[in-house]
Design a protein around this ligand. Structure first.
Ligand SMILES: NC(=O)c1ccc[n+]([C@@H]2O[C@H](COP(=O)([O-])OP(=O)(O)OC[C@H]3O[C@@H](n4cnc5c(N)ncnc54)[C@H](OP(=O)(O)O)[C@@H]3O)[C@@H](O)[C@H]2O)c1
Length: 294
């Protein structure tokens, strides 16, 4: 199978590259080779590769900056997937797009989880662009899969857990406030890549929730991670109001992988066991990357 991966140097894109390369002919492109907001760029690259599958991991992912950089966020998260979906049709490629839990408003009572048929209602501009990106894909692509992960972490690039590690190592006694009233499921990008591969194999179509099983707060997740890493820390729980951010986040980001479960193809692990595996694989690398002096 010939696979084109956009955003190939990002967190999820890098893991898709290593996983899909094991048994496929894979071409990866990132911002240096393609600007997905430019249709001419997109059609040229898709034409050169003529892929069976396009996995779009490229996105504008800075949730807070999206509140002010609206035009860029819209172009990358809406126009980009539309361009890719249009090009996919020309080569009869399956188009895979990655959305987010932030399409929901989080108003459900915890632990009620969002399912695929629940009505989206984003509270941030990032969420608006991701929802409109989903709509652009579903309106344009002949054959598509949209996955909705949440709270993603991986070994490539930056993420919340790496930030926690850096702060704790820099000063183990300095108090770090972490939000303890937003709930979700930390999801390892490699496990998402595996789930995407499975969806292709079983010829899935449409929207799928693809988060780890189980849920926690950001505070609980950070604490679990740092303790498993064996790193001293002084993180303390706080409320969303005590840690204001430019973009509003859903209080309840718990998604149920309802369609994966119904089709018996849910390969997403429980979040703690997956984080254990991530740490056992990457502890040394994380410690080296996030040296105290950085
Ligand atoms: N991270 C999370 O917690 C999370 C949670 C839920 C859903 N998601 C979704 O999951 C997907 C993957 O996220 P991620 O964390 O892997 O993202 P990421 O690490 O930020 O990777 C995105 C990649 O896309 C590239 N890119 C940006 N604009 C581009 C453009 N115009 N043309 C081509 N490439 C462009 C980026 O390059 P630069 O780095 O140079 O900008 C980067 O390499 C995204 O759709 C995101 O919305 C993420």
């Amino acid at each position: 199978m010939k696979v084109l991966i956009t955003g190939s140097k990002g967190q999820l894109g890098s893991d898709c590259m290593s996983l899909f390369s094991k048994d496929n002919n894979v071409v990866g492109v990132d911002i240096d080779e393609i600007n997905i907001t430019d249709y001419a760029d997109v059609i040229e690259i898709v034409g050169n590769v003529a892929p069976d599958v396009i996995v779009n991991c490229a996105a504008y992912t800075n949730v807070d900056a999206a509140e002010t950089e609206r035009e860029t966020a819209w172009q990358v998260n809406v126009q980009g997937p539309r361009n890719l979906a249009r090009s996919a049709n020309k080569f009869a490629s399956l188009f895979i797009h990655v959305s987010t839990d932030y399409v929901f408003d989080g108003g459900k009572e915890v632990p009620d989880a969002y399912v695929e048929v629940d009505a989206p209602n984003p509270t941030s501009y990032y969420g608006v662009t991701k929802l409109e990106g989903e709509r652009a894909v579903s309106e344009t692509a002949d054959r598509y899969i949209i996955v909705r992960p949440a709270w993603m972490y991986g070994i490539h690039g930056g993420n919340f857990f790496k930030t926690m590690l850096r702060l704790a190592r820099r000063n183990p006694t300095k108090e770090i406030k972490v939000v303890n009233d937003q709930f979700g499921s930390p999801t390892w990008s490699y496990s998402l890549a595996r789930q995407i591969k499975k969806l292709i194999e079983v010829k899935g179509l449409g929207i799928y929730h693809t988060t780890s099983e189980g849920y926690c707060t950001w505070y609980e997740a950070a604490r679990y991670f740092l303790e498993k890493m064996g790193v001293e820390h002084s993180i303390v729980p706080c409320t969303t109001e005590e840690y204001p951010t430019p973009a509003a986040r859903p209080k309840n980001s718990i998604l149920k992988n309802a369609r994966l479960q119904e089709d018996n193809i849910n390969s997403m692990p429980y979040w703690k066991s997956d984080m254990d595996l991530y740490i056992s694989r990457f502890k040394g690398r994380l410690m080296d990357e996030l040296k105290i002096d950085k």
